[in-house]
Design a binder for this molecule. Structure first.
Ligand code: NAP
Length: 479
């Protein structure tokens, strides 16, 4: 086997398409689920949509003038991915229902042994990990056990009818603010347990008219729309990358939005964050605040201390009787990468390589793990633009690495440890003074030592430039 891609989300799909285009046919995409789509297959909660404009949250090589909305719903994004897989002829390369359980590097043959849940032995010259950061649901560690239905936003249980029920939602992050308005319409009562309020700005969403779709089909029009959105989003990076003080404009916009939508000063105060905007993901919504002003919705800001058979107890001792609990409590982010069973050169475990924190060179290659490429790996997530842009940059970089191997006849490449060290030292120094670490909040961007292992601290065009060409001198070639 030439190349094994792990995961059939946006990252794995992009890698497969670009391999196919370049004339590689000897590759498989190993996917533990029964279909492609990654996060857009898993997250089916009511109201699920992308909070990045669709013209930008799609492949640059497959613009879609037919998006129904500026921020398209989950089913449409998922359908787009399936259409891409068919159009670019990668569908036969998927192996669904195959979970990768471990990777082991064979030093003698310079190959990866890929272990899977089906027991089928696979060896590969190169492995591309497209497992994403946000797919292992995180449940809060609260004492007690609930007797009724309870599920996580990423594992929505559609068999539970919320109509007329008393529903508790725990969490107020990017997922929760999308489904809370829908649940509020259905449930008899909704108790929303908020630990930290998010900063929320208006969502400039609208249905794309048939006329606009026609215009977007004209030569160059969809490209122009995408480019304009790209630069608009990129301008948001100024405060993130240069100085948190530049976030003031964003703060004012969010405060005005809250003031316009919530008349009650008490509720408004409880919805006002006390940290610098941007420290956690800035959320976009026009229907979240209005949902909280409904008579059947109560915002609870006291911590949860216990979960009982049919109720939730808060820190004041108050008992909230509920029929269903929905966890909007996010994902175990750094664990997703560092808990993998990966054994690299000379039997070194990835956990040992990452004992001081998860890191890679350009977020793509880790020293001691030759020909293992991470897509959306450490420090390549974004708070201001589309991660699909990052994925495309990384895939192009991997292709460049593969071309170097063919050109030189080397079997594998391994990033030099000093190159990886210098890169990450610089990156961390830069992150130290930016809003994610300095903004007075905690988030999934930070690891247990408070270090940002998730976010790219610059403009995306900077990342694009740095990954445009791989630097052979940064790598040791194994023959
Ligand atoms: P999240 O942003 O990590 O939010 C989790 C929420 O659960 C937070 O409000 C957190 O509060 C709360 N929480 C955790 N433990 C709690 C506890 N014990 N008691 C009370 N509250 C608790 O997770 P998410 O909303 O699933 O979003 C994760 C990421 O997915 C986002 O940052 C984004 O990158 C991505 N996403 C993207 C989209 C999109 O449209 N592109 C949509 C959804 C999600 P604290 O803030 O206090 O920790």
């Amino acid at each position: 086997m030439g190349i094994a891609i792990i995961g059939a989300g946006f990252a794995g799909l992009c890698m497969a398409i670009k391999l196919k285009e370049a004339g590689y046919h000897d590759f498989v995409i190993l996917e533990k689920a029964a279909d492609l789509g990654g996060t857009w297959r898993d997250n089916t909660y009511p109201g699920c949509a992308c909070d990045v404009p669709s013209p930008m949250y799609s492949f640059s090589f497959e613009l879609n003038p037919g998006w129904s909305r500026m921020f398209s719903p989950q089913e449409e994004i998922w359908a787009y991915m399936r259409a891409c897989a068919d159009k670019y002829g990668v569908t036969p390369h998927f192996r669904f229902g195959v979970e990768v359980t471990g990777l082991e590097y064979d030093d003698d043959r310079n190959l990866w042994r890929v272990f899977t849940s089906t027991g089928e032995p696979i060896t590969a010259n190169a492995v591309v990990s497209g497992i994403g950061a946000l797919h292992v649901p995180s449940f809060p560690d609260i004492p007690g056990k609930f007797g009724g239905p309870a599920f996580h936003s990423a594992q929505w249980d559609h068999s539970v009818d919320l109509t007329g029920k008393r529903v508790a939602v725990i969490g107020t992050g990017a997922s929760a603010i999308q489904f809370v308005p829908r649940v509020a319409e259905q449930a008899a009562e909704l108790r929303l347990f908020q630990r930290t309020p998010p900063w929320i700005q208006p969502k400039p969403d609208f249905a794309v008219s048939d006329r606009a779709k026609k215009v977007l089909r004209l030569p160059g029009a969809a490209r122009m729309a995408r480019n304009s959105i790209y630069w608009l989003l990129e301008s948001r990076a100024l405060g993130f990358t240069i100085d948190p003080r530049l976030m003031k404009v964003h703060r004012r916009m969010a405060e005005r939005h809250l003031a316009r939508q919530v008349a009650d000063p008490g509720l408004r105060a409880r919805l006002t964050p006390d940290y610098t905007i941007g420290c956690k993901r800035i959320l976009l919504s026009d229907d979240y605040y209005p949902a909280l002003t409904r008579d059947n919705v109560e915002l609870v800001t006291d911590a949860i201390t216990e979960i009982r058979d049919r109720s939730i107890i808060d820190a004041t001792g108050r008992e909230h009787e509920v029929d269903v609990i929905v966890y909007g409590t996010g994902f175990k982010v750094t664990d997703a990468l560092s808990e993998q069973r990966i054994i690299g050169r000379n039997g070194r475990k990835i956990q040992d390589a990452w004992q001081d924190g998860v890191e890679a060179y350009l977020g793509i290659t880790a020293s001691g793990f030759p020909n293992l490429f991470f897509l959306l790996g450490p420090n390549t997530g974004l708070g201001h633009n589309s991660v699909v842009f990052m994925i495309e940059s990384q895939v192009r970089y991997v292709m460049d690495c593969l071309r170097l191997l063919s050109r030189t006849g080397a079997k594998a490449l391994d990033v030099r440890p000093e190159v990886q060290r210098a890169y990450n030292d610089r990156l961390q120094r830069r992150l130290d003074r930016l809003v994610w670490t300095d903004g007075g909040c905690t988030s999934w961007y930070l690891d247990e030592h408070g270090r940002n292992r998730a976010i790219w601290p610059g403009f995306t065009f900077e990342y694009w430039t740095r990954t445009r060409r791989m630097r052979p001198s940064a790598y040791e070639l194994l023959r």
